[in-house]
Design a protein around this ligand. Sequence first.
Ligand code: C2O
Ligand code: CU
Length: 570
Amino acid sequence: MSLIMKISVLQILALCILDGVLHCQGWARHTFVVQETPYARLCSTKNILTVNGQFPGPTLHVNKGDTIVVEVHNKANYNITIHWHGVKQPRYPWSDGPEYITQCPIRPGQKFRQKIKLSSEEGTLWWHAHSDWSRATVYGAIVIHPKNGTSYPFPKPHAEVPIILGEWWKKGITELYNEFRESGQDPSVSDAYTINGQPGDQYPCSKSETFKFRVDYGKTYLLRIINAALQDILFFGIAKHKLTVVGTDASYTKPLKTDYIAISPGQTIDVLLEANQPLGDHDYYMAAKVYSSANGVEYDNTTATALLHYNVGNDNINPSSTPYLPNLPSYNDTNASANFTGSLRSLADDDHPVHVPLNISTPLIFTASVNIFACASNSTSCNGTRLAASMNNISFQLPSTDILSAYYYHIGGVYGDKFPSVPPLKFNFTADVLPAYLLTPKTGTEVKVIEYNSTVELVLQGTNLAAGTDHPMHIHGYSFYVVGWGFGNFDKDKDPLGYNLVDPPLQNTIAVPKNGWAAIRFKANNPGVWFMHCHLERHLSWGMDMTFIVKNGDHSDAQMLPPPPDMPRC
Ligand code: C2O
Ligand code: CU
């Protein structure tokens, strides 16, 4: 054996020993360099935060069950953390990423080696920054292929492509965020939506760079659609083409044929696209536009487009002909959004069984509200009141030491364990008019501690305080079954009778409909510290968040793994 070979074997062994595992083939390693990079959109150039200079960032390709390592280098001037959205990270919250929940930020000039531990996820997930609003431009796809020797539960598509929906502001994200913080009001609405980083030709200076997907007539394609927008649920469709939904949040669904999808920030939807339209003289637009349900709240009414282009017959395309636009539901069509989301069903076949908990040990009900605080007395920019948000009437305050290390190392004073199991104030949550005293929540950093292997049912109840709207709620460390949803107040006697316990969809993000509720179930078999929050960034920043601590079980394989040596320090 040559010296060089010995060294590399030793290095691999060292890596394996470090991680306490001997079988470590297939541990792909990646480097993410977070940096500032100039990008031109909408006729002007600004610096944005990127990973490796790319926008959207690099796609990670993995197989089901893999563990990969990503070394994140922060070469920007801002603190940063990276989250692997929807990756359950069994027993290993250390790499999960939310700032001040599971780690302190990676400071400028520092690096952090994160492990991405996949288990049952298969399909599409994504990664994004998880500190302030840096995720506006710091995001990319995670494509999880079936294990070698297994295949999709549908005919192999001819080709596949990530379709990442985003949101673009002409001003810098730091400026946007600071203005939002200072004003205490809604943030300025975006100047454009984007598809794979491009607004498309409905916007100025965007025509030549419009994302173009080339297809062959008669072939079927897999689109891995991700909503990475900061603030908005989006409608998406392709002119004159049906979409067949086959998965959401890295879990397969029963095929669902549809003209459009509604997709929440955080959610992924895999669709099959049959290129079956007559070869005419047109391209077809794929388009994304807002679904915005809050009365009186401004929204961005622009439409992002990309092109679907047939390879054969392109000779016929008259360059001046306008592509067909899809008909998408109108911006405030709550039924169109909720009906689509409510139509998703787990595949639920022999190879993809459903394990929805039937006996519930831990029933929980959390309200999600937009609220109002009086201005701080020393604030000059705040105009009488400022907007806030809460879960179970607590507006979540981020601590300055992360909750995970406080829990692991028994550091007191960082968080409390009094997050209520049911709403502390009972009222008609979805009434048209509500008394003003309900508007102001408490503040706190409260966690809900639950026993290992509890079977949890959590009813998320939207309220009409300040402004009723949809809340795409996301949990870290778990996927959950969405067993029911409805408008109005959850009725604990009647509504459970309508639950779907047979083939409920398995998701990590669920849009709780405007002035309605959603019931989710999961088994708490992943010990650790796991953030739960609304994935609308303004609501997250206002405090529509909470944290679960799932305790260790008795067996050593039911316990959290130790931290890596290079955890960022606070
Ligand atoms: Cu997409 Cu807390 O994350
Ligand atoms: Cu929300």
